[in-house]
Design a protein around this ligand. Structure first.
Ligand code: TRP
Length: 334
């Protein structure tokens, strides 16, 4: 079988946290290291501007996300790492696809539907605050994916629908014009943990319960100490399976360490002690990358150089692909 191209985007809003690391960044970097990997990873800054209209925040987040992936050892000689807005072919394709995408399909997109439902709940006009960008979000995402003939798209559960829409749009296009697009498939890795946040719900920026990945050491310790526990005293047995402390432990520990911590829970480890051990485990895994991250955040030029190299490699693929698409639909030079 031909090499499978893997592609995923990271929306650049907010600061990467432990949940992003465990759920997306760590597995993606690992996957890109295998000998036959063909990985395309990009900063989805055109998606970021849908929800965030603060230039300073957009800029800062793009920098933090890029520095995070590089600090964690993403090898840009192997993986193509670029910024979406540096590849203008994507936005052109987005328009072309929007002429093949059914409006009714977009009506069913979760993010749009949630916005409308929310407006109705609050007695507002259904489309209050809904921009064309939000409405067309899945089309831009389809362009990201189809532009590079990606086969596998690793995403969280909330994004499966968007990948299926991309597949649907590609199928329509292929059927009506020429067979130009590969049909992508969402990949949701169930072995990868969905990390719980400080309050025990899924760790997410929208719940304001995250532990940022590269906090200074002292701050990291403080955040871990804030993880919600119950009132059980030292010496009282504790239930590992309902504990966020244990859940985060598991995401960083090997099997032996996991079993050892489970035993300590049964034996009534004090919450303070469990958190202390958790801090040490997490810190050991990320402390080297944190140093590298701090250096990169002071050296934007170094980040930019890598992104430009990535954009060049991406455009080596997207430019001929777009030419093929334009030809298929009948636009461009006679
Ligand atoms: N919408 C995705 C998210 O919020 C990010 C994204 C943009 C993406 N384009 C993509 C993911 C293409 C996979 C493929 O997580």
């Amino acid at each position: 079988m031909a090499v499978q191209r893997v592609l995923t985007g990271i929306t650049t809003t907010g600061t990467p946290h432990l949940g992003n690391y465990v759920g997306a960044i760590r597995p993606a970097i690992q996957a890109s290291q295998s000998a036959d990997a063909d990985a395309f990873y990009f900063l989805a800054d055109l998606h970021a501007i849908i929800k965030c209209h603060e230039p300073a925040l957009i800029r800062q987040s793009a920098k933090e996300v890029a520095a995070t992936w590089l600090a964690l050892g993403l090898d840009v000689d192997k993986a193509v790492f670029y910024r979406q807005s540096d590849v203008p072919e994507i936005t052109e394709l987005s328009w072309i696809l929007s002429c093949m995408a059914a409006k009714g399909l977009m009506n069913r997109a979760h993010a749009y539907k949630a916005a409308v439902a929310n407006n109705i709940d609050e007695g507002e006009d259904p489309d209050n605050g809904v921009t064309m960008g939000l409405y067309g979000y899945p089309v831009l995402m389809a362009a990201d994916i189809l532009m590079f003939n990606a086969n596998k798209v690793p995403v969280g559960k909330d994004q499966i629908q968007h990948v299926e829409m991309a597949r649907d749009i590609a199928g329509r296009f292929n059927h009506h014009f020429d067979d130009v697009f590969a049909l992508p498939e969402a990949v949701v890795d169930d072995s990868v943990a969905v990390l719980q946040g400080l309050d025990g719900r899924k760790m997410s920026k929208s719940y304001n319960n995250t532990i940022p990945l590269f906090l200074p050491e002292k701050q990291l310790r403080k955040h871990i100490n804030k993880i919600k526990t119950n009132l059980l005293e030292p010496g009282e047995p504790k239930d590992a399976d309902t504990s966020t402390v244990f859940q985060v432990w598991q995401a960083f520990a090997n099997e032996t360490q996991t079993n050892a911590m489970r035993k300590q829970f049964e034996e009534g480890i004090a919450w303070g002690e469990a958190k202390k051990q958790l801090f040490e485990l997490v810190n050991a895994e990320i402390s080297e990358a944190r140093t590298h991250y701090a250096e990169l955040m002071e050296d934007t030029a170094a980040i930019e150089k890598k992104l430009q190299l990535g954009a060049e490699k991406a455009r080596d693929v997207s430019a001929p692909m777009l030419a093929k698409i334009r030809k298929a639909i009948g636009i461009g030079a006679m």
